[in-house]
Structure formats: C-alpha cells, structure tokens
Design a protein around this ligand. Structure first.
Ligand SMILES: O=C(O)C(=O)C[C@]1(C(=O)O)C=C[C@@H](O)C=C1
Length: 376
C-alpha cells in the first residue's frame, strides 16, 4: 500500500494539471466574453449549460462520480459567467443602469410627505433627516405617500421599513416593488412608546388600547402582562392618540410617542412600555427619480428566482465573488404564486463600483426579474 506521503504527492501532481486546465479554460471564456461583447450576446446560456452538464455526466466512467462532476461543471460555468460579467462591466457594457449620480439631494424647496397625522413617528423621522424647517404634509396610508411621490405631488416620502424588535414593515417592501419610486436615504429613529390616556385616567382602568399593529407588536410583553387591555389596530400611533381624544372614554388609551400624547393633551400613564430598551425604527427616504448620492454606500435590490434547488445559493455567489458584504436579506411571498418568494437584499457598495456593476449584471441575467430599489 502506498504511503500517505506518496498519495499526497500524486494528488499534488493531479491538482497541478487541474489548475493549468482551469487557467486555460478561463482564457477561452475570456475570448467568449469578447465575442459576446462584440455581438451583443448574453453571457448566460441556460441551454448550453444544460447540454454541457448532461454531456459531462455521460462521459463519467464511474457512476458514483456523476454528481460530483456535474457539481464541478456547474461551478466552473458559474465562475466563467462571473469572469465574463466583470469583463462586460469593465468595457462599460453595464446593461440597464439608468441611475444618475448626484452630489446632493435637492431638499431646499422640496415638499415631503409622511403617513399618519402630526406627532407620528414618521414625522419625527422626517424632521430628523430633513430638519425642522421643511415643507411637509401627511396622508392617510403608505400607499397614498407612494402615490404622492409617483404623481409628483411630493418630492420625497418618509416611510418606515424595519423595526429593531418587530422586524420588517412588509407592506412597505411590497410597495417598493409596485411603484417606480427609489430609496435615496435612510434614518434610524429611537422609538419609545408610552401608554397615553385622558387626563385623570389611570393605567389600572384601561380596557382598550389603540395603536399601529407595529406599536402593539413592539409592546407585546407589556400587553401580555395587562390582559384586561383589548388591542385595537389603527393606521398610525398618532391616529391612536387622536382616537382617544375623540372618544373621551377614560378606559381607552393609546400606545404612541410622548410627543403625540402631549400634542393631543393626553397624559402619560406609563413611560417606555416597549419590550426592548433599544427599540428603534429605520425609515427610508423615497423619491421618483433614479438618482443616487456620490458617497452612497448601501444598495437595496429585490429579485425573483427560478423555482429550483440551489438558485438562491447561485445568486448569493455573485456577492461573494465580487467581495460585496450583504447586510440584510428578507423574503416576501409573491402574489398569486403560493410558496414562491421574492428576495430583498441590502449590501454595501455604490452603483459606480466595478464589483457592484458586475454583480448586478450577473443578477440581472440569472434572476427571473430584478429591480434596484436604491443606493443611499
Ligand atoms: O458557451 C458559452 O456561451 C459560454 O459563455 C461559456 C460557458 C462555459 O463556461 O462553459 C459559460 C456561460 C454560459 O452560460 C455557457 C457556457
């Protein structure tokens, strides 16, 4: 029997040949890329890859190596595509990327819309991002805010996208797909909820609390400890405060900000009732122009995938290959296609970066659909 040393020597000699062959293969792939650039052909040729995998499997002598060889060729072709995307984006063949780089956002005369009423957390986020002196107004729903942007009635909208304890605001994710509006900024707002009631009422007499579903979720533990409080959802935390005032019932209270409470003349019956002391919400700034700031360093995209094994893995490999750091991944059901999902990915980078361009090029070719939601 050969010694381990001898066997390793044999492996080293074989690997040298594999490396030399790999390098030769990639050189040929680079020529294929030149051909494709010249002739306006797509990099990804699904049919050719399927034929190749079938042929490779048929050439395998030992049945037990079939799967391994197919995996190896899947990887080889995937690396070949990535090399080609890099070459294409270096040549300026970036595909559809009509985003325009700007030095700064035009906010001086801008009209900014938020959902809810005065005192809403969205209004606080708006002020945190744009300052106090801007021209803002409010609408009833997030969809109304998206409409206002699309129609040009407003220049920017401020929408919540994610809470540190309750997670994604799914409706806003879906709206980003539905509308041709784009994210140009974000701001994280610390969110401290209070229980607010009519002056003279007390925490122990409250039997109904109004809030936005997110507000109710973020105070789940407190509400669990107070089972007498019936939870009622309303469109916004500040709307909840208005409702308590309207109803003039001392057994009703709102979960809202201390600011919304004071704006409506309500009394704080209990401070900071959110489950997490670090409760905060990330808001996005949306506009209808395809622009991105020169120094933007985060990109949000969404895509749909072929419904087959390994396709998410294949898509994520574009980020690894181009050294891009993924910061978030979220999935949402696709309407009318039960158990199929659309993926939302955030990653670090700027649309002008070479690595970003080639990853986007690859994703565009290999996903069934892809949309850049913004660079900010
Ligand atoms: O044959 C091509 O068109 C290539 O680009 C080469 C190659 C491969 O590496 O074999 C790579 C990508 C295509 O999807 C199919 C095959």
């Amino acid at each position: 029997m050969a010694s381990l040393e001898e066997l390793r020597g044999e492996l080293d000699r074989l690997d040298e040949q594999i490396i030399a062959l790999y390098e030769r293969r990639m050189e040929v792939c680079s020529c294929v890329a030149d051909y494709k650039i010249k002739n306006g052909r797509k990099v990804y040729d699904r049919q050719r890859e399927q034929e190749k995998l079938a042929k490779a499997a048929s050439q395998v002598e030992h049945e037990e190596n079939k799967k391994g060889v197919q995996e190896l060729f899947t990887l080889l072709m995937s690396l070949s595509r990535k090399l080609q995307y890099q070459k294409l984006s270096r040549c300026g063949t970036t595909g559809r990327l009509p985003f325009i780089e700007v030095d700064q956002l035009e906010v001086k005369k801008a009209r900014i819309v938020f959902q809810g009423v005065e005192g809403a957390y969205s209004e606080a986020a708006l002020k945190q991002y744009f300052g106090d002196a801007v021209n803002s107004y409010h609408v009833r729903t997030w969809k109304d805010a998206m409409d206002a942007i699309e129609d040009g009635a407003a220049d920017f909208a401020v929408l919540p996208i994610e809470n540190s304890s309750a997670g994604a605001v799914s409706e806003v994710y879906d709206l980003l797909v539905e509308y041709e509006n784009y994210i140009v900024g974000e701001t994280v707002l610390p969110v401290n909820h209070v229980l607010a009631g009519l002056p003279g009422s007390g925490e122990e007499e409250i039997t109904r609390v109004y809030s936005h579903p997110q507000g109710l979720m973020q105070c789940e533990k407190y509400l669990y400890d107070h089972p007498a409080m019936e939870k009622v959802s309303v469109p916004n935390t500040a709307v909840a405060a208005c409702k308590v005032v309207e109803e003039q019932d001392k057994s009703h209270a709102a979960i809202c900000s201390a600011y919304a409470a004071s704006l409506n003349g309500l009394e704080v019956l209990r401070e900071q009732i959110n489950d997490s002391r670090h409760n905060s919400t990330r808001f996005i700034i949306v506009t209808n122009q395809k622009i991105f700031l020169k120094n933007a360093d985060k990109i949000s995209i969404c895509f749909e995938l072929p419904h087959k094994s390994g396709s998410l893995y294949q898509m994520l490999s574009h980020f690894i290959f181009n050294n891009l750091n993924l910061t978030k991944i979220e999935s949402r059901p696709i309407e009318d296609r039960p158990w199929e999902y659309r993926f939302f990915v955030d990653f670090e980078g700027n649309l002008a970066d070479g690595g970003v361009k080639s990853a986007i090029r690859g994703l565009r070719e290999e996903t069934t659909s892809m949309k850049i939601l913004g660079n900010y």
